[in-house]
Design a protein around this ligand. Structure first.
Ligand SMILES: Cc1ncc(COP(=O)(O)O)c(C=O)c1O
Length: 455
């Protein structure tokens, strides 16, 4: 099986045989939502029902075949049902499904592989079964390592939905914790640099990273009791809209953390394991964090996540047991191990970088051509297009975001926009041909929406 395992199944996409969502999809959605409540806005805006995924394609119950720009939700980054990964899971599904936290041959191999691919001395590992649990473990690890109890996180980051994770995030978000009282004591938030919308800017309007760091200095002096265990943040804001910091931010934040004896906790659940063209997104800036979390792409669809600290802090992990019902079960280890091997065997870090560069080139051309595209952003295949009502005022264009999402989806593009930022996370196996195909659907959808709004 070569790198092109997915190509035959993608021939002829998009292939639409009914209006979309089709009649079967709508009926199934209606019957499901009689009982299931709280589905995301994406589902409500386009109630399709999928029954098959292979490589870069998704097929719905009406037989319509879509090009996938979502990877689930940043999850199946190596393509749906990669044969090597599915076979590895199936092997253990028939041999040994759970052995608590005893070691197994496949766990041993996964530990060695992770220690091999991760930078620095990031090699003390615990395994969990969702991203939120890995984040909670990271918070416990930070307390165990430092003996301190306060945390600083960033506006518009997302870390999951349990109390600790929610306490590191915006709380009014509809799907998090909308009702009081407040975040857990000792959790504080600060702004982080968004180059398109800087809170702190130089006189020429460009972002001023030093002023963010100065603000953090002042904040720990005035706003905490001087017991900050960790600075917790995403390397790139995923849910927040594919927002990357300026290149000097993480090196300066690393120095700031070192100066104050604060751990740098890097939540790579969404961005890590290849999506941005690196195993660890912070490697783009040559920064090694103290604590990292992985999820989503880590098992390419199988629920397996990890919390990793550097070797010098390994002994602290003995204070926070790795025991969990499902974490590190043999199927999970097999999925994660096979996923890392696939990235290596198919040169997918290189592919993500190369095709990501193509995306950026084309998205920049689209930005020049469209009055409502204010900004485009991305590294590797973690991408975003920001829609604004006016390029000068930068007013977010939420209504356009929803319409572009629906229109491109009905042309055959399965994807995941969030409000006025059109987010994209195509499988990183994709090539330029399919990147172009998806972008053209988006381009057309944006033109149609501009026409509707009289641009
Ligand atoms: C950065 C980040 N951390 C943590 C989580 C939580 O992961 P999970 O949904 O697997 O619990 C998410 C989920 O989207 C995420 O994007």
């Amino acid at each position: 099986m070569g790198k092109d395992w997915w190509k035959a199944s993608a021939e002829g996409i998009p292939h639409l045989v009914t209006e979309t969502p089709g009649p079967k999809s709508r009926a199934m959605h209606e019957r499901t939502t009689k009982y299931m409540h709280g589905l995301s806005g994406q589902v409500k805006l386009f109630p399709v029902c999928f029954e098959e995924g292979y490589g870069i394609t998704l097929t719905d119950v009406d037989g319509n075949k879509y090009l996938d720009f979502s990877s689930g939700i940043y999850v199946t980054s190596l393509g749906h049902c990669h044969p090597k990964i599915s076979d590895a899971i199936a092997y253990w599904a028939k041999k040994l499904m759970n052995a608590h936290d005893f070691t197994t041959p496949v766990k041993e191999k996964l530990m060695e592989k992770m220690a091999d691919v991760l930078p620095g001395k990031l090699n003390a590992i615990q395994l969990y079964s969702d991203g939120t649990a890995a984040v909670e473990a990271g918070l416990r690890a930070a307390r165990a390592i430092t003996g301190k109890h306060e945390f600083i996180s960033c506006f518009r980051d997302f870390h999951g939905k349990t109390m600790g994770a929610v306490s590191c995030a915006q709380m009014v978000r509809g799907d998090v914790l909308s009702y009081g009282p407040t975040r857990a004591p000792g959790f504080y938030m600060v702004p982080r640099p968004n180059p398109y919308r800087p809170t702190f800017a130089k006189p020429d309007g460009t972002i001023d990273t030093d002023r963010y760091i100065d603000y953090y200095e002042e904040f720990i002096r005035e706003g905490t009791v001087g017991n900050v265990a960790a600075f917790v943040l995403e390397p790139v804001q995923g849910w927040g809209g594919s927002i990357f910091p300026p290149d000097d931010f993480f090196p300066k934040l690393r120095a700031f953390c070192d100066k104050h004896g604060i751990l740098l906790m890097d939540d790579e659940v969404l961005a890590g394991m290849g999506r941005t063209g690196e195993w660890l997104t912070m490697s783009h800036w040559d920064v090694v964090p103290d604590i990292v979390t992985f999820g989503k792409s880590f098992g390419n669809g199988f629920p397996v996540t990890a919390m990793v600290v550097s070797e010098e802090n390994a002994s602290a992990l003995d204070k926070i047991s790795a025991s969990s019902s499902y974490g590190g079960n043999p199927m999970a280890c097999a999925a994660a191990l096979a996923s890392i091997e696939v990235i290596e065997e198919e040169d997918l870090l290189e592919n993500s970088t190369r095709v990501g560069n193509y995306f950026m080139k084309r998205m920049n051309e689209m930005k020049d051509a469209h009055p409502i595209i204010g900004d485009v952003k991305g590294k590797g295949m973690l991408l975003g297009i920001e829609l604004v009502k006016d390029k000068a005022t930068k007013e977010p264009f939420e209504e356009a975001g929803k319409l572009v999402y629906q229109k491109a989806f009905s042309k055959g593009l399965a994807w995941i926009p969030a409000g006025h930022i059109l987010r994209m996370s195509p499988p990183i196996i994709m090539d330029e041909h399919y990147a172009e195909m998806g972008l053209q659907m988006i381009d057309e959808a944006i033109s149609e929406v501009e026409k509707e709004f009289g641009y």
